[in-house]
Design a protein around this ligand. Structure first.
Ligand code: SAT
Ligand code: MN
Length: 635
């Protein structure tokens, strides 16, 4: 970024690389290890400038404006979306790339069978070669960030070095960035080193493209949990590039959590208040694009109930002095899936993204607003699609298939503080006490609407057995069921068998009586009429039963797979499915809340199959639980 008038303040902390060598250079920190690490990387990558981010609004605005000038951002109509921008990615760089994501440990077994693995020496050599000269013609941004409220005993500090201004502004929304973090770090505080480059150096005079990135075979999203480092190359997109999110807050943090005795999970955190003013905090682990954001901000369709948001994607949970689990949201923003988000499905998300939001791969309307499929408003007669092409509702591709205006994994990045139902305590440094965990996934058949675990081992089994239909959040086949234990499959920072053992040992570290009650939910069952359950605001009916169970009430029947609600246990007052009469819905509820014995036998086989690659690293207790359920189903 050049020192334009708009960017004057930001440039105060921008130093020419050559000048950086001179002792006269002022750094916004006295942390020598940090300064040396930054300068070494600037030298390796041959960055044109080094810019230390201060995290101010002024800096954020200056970088956004410079991206508008360079063509990387479109400024949206300030009357319709004040403070909002649209970015369009390269067509090939639209989601996480799991086949280019590595957990690099000295021993292959420590990464486990679910992760790609290359030894650290080899991977670092390959990537050092890629990093050589990769920032020519670009600015290296230094982003000091805190995951979790600054200074909270649960938080962790990271520093990301990147040549992507898109990453900087997204990180400013998603994490706590800037001088205040450096202050907290002091002269010798610990931080997690995160390297990132889009991998597209510029020759002198070469014009930049709106979304620079490297081809797939050069992309690497690498994690070194033994030294708590992240090295990312070649992609500018979400979870590949905003290194605080999946890379730090899940992969590196899960490995730290195991060492330090806590939990880093792919879970939303919500606050539920009953009509009697009883409060319960609930966390829920669903795979990417399965409705975590929707549940976290739900508008309940039962009178008197209130849902407030603490987090929509990641929960870090530590054990309090009272033996309970306390959760914080390590993030400060939402990186949500746009398509399907509407005033119907998630009104609070729609209200959150009315201002100060970055949209990625959404369609641009002629009046300077954004649009996506499933927004709940009619398609515009004309728009510019996510690839920057003219689009109308009739646009088809060369095979005659309708072209989508927004990419199915198009995203919004919005400050959490803007959410109208953000809970007052969302930034409490001590976290909130958790009463229940939900696991879930997108399962069109077999899995009931809700099912409660009988004990902690059963709870861990339930999590280990989770599976879901794949979605567009990952660059792979969409719509096939894959096992996604604890919704962590793409995010385990170590051997998933060891992770299960870590979970199984939680009762040894907590007050067992205060451990969260655990449930498996499935909003996605289908029959010939389509979805059998409305989902969204009607999910409060399931949460109400969950609360009753937490409080030792709530009618349930014990079955081989867990405690299922009796058919009348779910409050259906005012429930309307336009496709089903009340009598039909009664039958549907019966189907949703019964055990499909034949289906479950197959399910158990599939889970057993998923344990096999782990050999003895999969805890015996889970195999025993599986055998117990299998035997009970045979009876
Ligand atoms: O791109 S992200 O990994 O941040 C989003 C997701 O897949 O959940
Ligand atoms: Mn996620």
């Amino acid at each position: 970024m050049s020192c334009k008038k708009t960017a004057k303040r930001a440039c105060k902390t921008t130093v020419k690389t050559k000048a950086a060598k001179a002792s006269a250079v002022k750094y916004p920190t006295r942390h020598e290890e940090l300064i040396k690490w930054v300068n070494d990387f600037a030298k390796l990558t041959q960055a044109k400038n080094v810019h230390w981010c201060d995290g101010t609004k002024k800096e954020y605005n200056a970088i956004c404006e410079s991206m508008v000038e360079s063509g990387a951002f479109v400024k949206l109509n300030p009357k319709k979306r004040p403070g909002c921008y649209l970015a369009r990615s390269h067509w090939s760089d639209v989601a996480r790339v799991e086949n280019r994501t590595y957990i690099s440990t000295e021993k292959r077994e420590d990464a486990g069978p679910t992760n790609n693995w290359v030894a650290p020496d080899e991977l670092k050599k390959t990537m050092t070669d890629l990093y050589k000269g990769c920032m020519k013609g670009r600015t290296l941004y230094v982003i000091p960030f805190s995951m979790g409220p600054i200074g909270s005993p649960i938080s962790k500090i990271g520093v990301e070095l990147t040549d992507s201004p898109y990453v900087v502004v997204n990180m400013i929304i998603m994490t706590r960035v800037g001088t205040k973090v450096l202050k907290q770090l002091g002269k010798d505080g610990e931080f997690i080193k995160c390297l990132h480059s889009v991998g597209a150096p510029l020759k002198p005079g070469q014009k930049d493209v709106p979304w620079p990135c490297a081809p797939l075979e050069k992309k690497y999203i690498s994690h070194f949990p033994e030294t708590s480092e992240i090295w990312s190359f070649g992609s500018g997109y979400g979870g590949n590039a905003l290194l605080g999110k999946k890379c730090l807050a899940l992969r590196i943090a899960s490995s730290l959590a195991r060492k330090e005795g806590w939990l880093a999970e792919h879970m939303l955190i919500l606050k539920l208040t009953s009509p009697e003013n009883k409060v319960h905090y609930i966390t829920a682990a669903f795979p990417s694009a399965c409705g975590k954001t929707n549940l976290a901000m739900m508008e309940p369709r039962l009178p008197g109930w209130k849902v407030e948001t603490i987090g929509d994607d990641i929960a870090w949970m530590k054990i309090g002095a009272d033996g309970r689990l306390y959760a914080i949201n390590p993030e400060s923003g939402f990186f949500g899936v746009a398509p399907g988000t509407s005033m119907d499905s998630n009104p609070n998300a729609m209200r959150t993204i009315t201002k100060n939001t970055i949209f990625t791969n959404c369609a641009l309307t002629d009046d300077g607003d954004i649009w996506w499929e499933g927004m709940g408003v009619p398609a515009p007669a004309h728009a510019i699609d996510w690839q920057g092409k003219d689009w109308t509702p009739d646009t088809v591709d060369k095979d005659g298939k309708k072209v989508k205006a927004a990419h199915p994994n198009a995203r919004f990045t919005a400050p959490a503080a803007q959410c109208p139902v953000i809970a007052d305590e969302w930034e409490d440094p001590n976290g909130v006490p958790v009463s229940a965990f939900l696991f879930g996934g997108r399962r069109p058949t077999v899995i009931p609407l809700v099912n409660q675990a009988k004990d902690w081992t059963h709870a861990v089994f339930m999590g280990s057995a989770a599976g879901s239909e794949t979605t567009a959040a990952n660059l792979a086949e969409v719509g096939v069921v894959r096992r996604d234990p604890m919704a962590m499959l793409p995010f385990f920072g170590y051997n998933a068998g060891d992770y299960m053992l870590h979970w199984l040992t939680m009762p040894l570290r907590t007050d067992v009586n205060k451990l969260p009650k655990v449930f498996f939910t499935n909003w996605f069952r289908k029959d010939e009429k389509g979805f059998m359950w409305n989902g969204f605001g009607d999910n409060i009916r399931v949460l109400k039963w969950v609360c009753e169970r937490i409080e030792g009430k709530g009618k349930a029947v014990e079955t081989p797979i867990g405690f299922l609600p009796t058919p009348d246990a779910i409050d259906m007052t005012g429930y309307v499915d336009p496709q089903r009469s009340a009598a039909e819905m009664k039958k549907t509820m019966k189907d949703l809340l019964s055990v499909d014995v034949e289906g479950w036998k197959k399910e158990i086989e599939a889970v057993a199959e998923s344990y096999k690659p782990f050999g003895n690293r999969m805890p015996y207790a889970l195999k025993a639980k599986l055998a117990e359920i299998k035997a009970a189903l045979e009876k």
